[in-house]
Design a protein around this ligand. Structure first.
Ligand code: AR6
Ligand code: MG
Length: 314
């Protein structure tokens, strides 16, 4: 079954709301968030206050625009988009350096390969921007993983950063394809495990398959490295696949890189549940400036239209 416009909208709103709601709590410990919230109350009671998304949503916009304009990821084209769409919204330090180099016409590819002491970035920045891409290329999971790796390439060249992006995109495709059916958590995690190329992610999915949904996610981490956040977000979704508020509450409750955890987990929930799953009182809080909620919803619709062209010609 082709994916729906509502699912594309659900991804963009699920992402941006999770990102913006989490942003106020970024860097805090889970204990402090529990004391000041707890996280489920933060989500339930959000209202009346405008919330602003960060680099997670900002970089996703560039990926989506590239897909709308080209129908595929081309590394240099995407790199230029990152440089064009670059107001300061809390970028990672490596990503910021690379994007500045792209904008200045410098040799950013050499920088991207060496940005952290001679190595590429293993941050979660490749994964945080890739959920719409997972829907766009679904249900071909090999193509999803391949295109996700290309979309990570301008800023993330470390194998862990790339694998994080591949796995998040495959999770997105699977979440979207699960819409309207009971969610098979074990099958979802088993399929993801089969796509993991690095030992770090293989180990984490093996461990995830042994956990019950109520058990702590602490061992998966909550910081800005891909191998300390991607599986955490996947599990926040997989443990509450039918509730957007529960999914992002769990993500925010982890502490530390909570904008990105909630952005990734929230986008996966939006892929399965559609925009109807993202509570209106949360969407109403999201900024509506020139690139705010109306702009994001319009982008989601354009991406869906482009996706339909692919479905028609397949
Ligand atoms: N070796 C050691 N540490 C690394 C390495 C490496 N090879 N690669 C990354 N790090 P970055 P992002 C650490 O800058 O992935 C924002 O808040 C290092 O501490 O590439 O685009 C976003 O919202 C580095 O600063 O950024 C995300 O939450 C960090 O990982 C988050 O930052 C991030 O890598 C990541 O964004
Ligand atoms: Mg972040």
């Amino acid at each position: 079954m082709p994916l729906t416009k509502d699912q594309f909208a659900g991804v963009m709103m699920g992402l941006a709301v999770g990102d913006a709601l989490g942003a106020a709590w970024e860097g805090m410990t889970s204990d402090l968030i529990f004391e000041m919230g707890p996280a489920d109350k933060i989500v339930e009671h959000a209202s009346g206050r405008e919330i602003y998304y960060t680099d997670d949503t900002q970089m996703t916009i560039s990926v989506v625009q590239t897909l709308i304009e080209l129908g595929t990821i081309e590394k240099h084209y995407l790199a230029r988009k990152f440089a064009e769409n670059h107001p300061d919204r809390g970028y990672g330090q490596g990503a910021r350096r690379i994007i500045n180099a792209i904008g200045a016409g410098e040799d950013w590819e050499t920088l991207a390969a060496n940005v952290f002491n001679g190595k590429g970035s293993l941050g979660n920045g490749g994964a945080m921007r890739v959920v719409p891409l997972g829907l766009f290329f679904a249900p071909d999971l090999n193509l999803v993983a391949e295109q996700a790796a290309l979309s990570a390439a301008p800023t993330h060249t470390h194998e862990i950063g790339v694998d994080g992006a591949r796995l998040m995109a495959v999770a997105a495709a699977l979440a979207a394809e699960s819409a309207g059916q009971p969610f098979d958590r074990q099958a979802f995690l088993t399929q993801l495990r089969s796509f993991a190329e690095t030992e770090e992610f293989q180990w984490q999915f093996d461990h995830a398959l042994e956990l019950e949904p109520h058990q702590s996610l602490r061992s998966f981490g909550c910081s800005l490295e891909a191998q300390r956040s991607v599986v955490t977000s996947v599990m926040c979704f997989a443990n509450s696949p039918d509730s957007y508020p529960e999914t992002i509450s769990r993500a925010i409750g982890q502490g530390d890189d909570v904008d990105t955890l909630a952005a990734m987990a929230g986008a996966l929930a939006g892929a399965r549940l559609g925009i109807g799953g993202v509570p209106k009182h949360l969407i109403d809080c999201l900024e509506d400036n020139h690139q705010g909620q109306s702009f994001l919803l319009d982008l989601a619709e354009q991406l869906w239209r482009r996706y339909q062209l692919g479905c028609a010609s397949a």
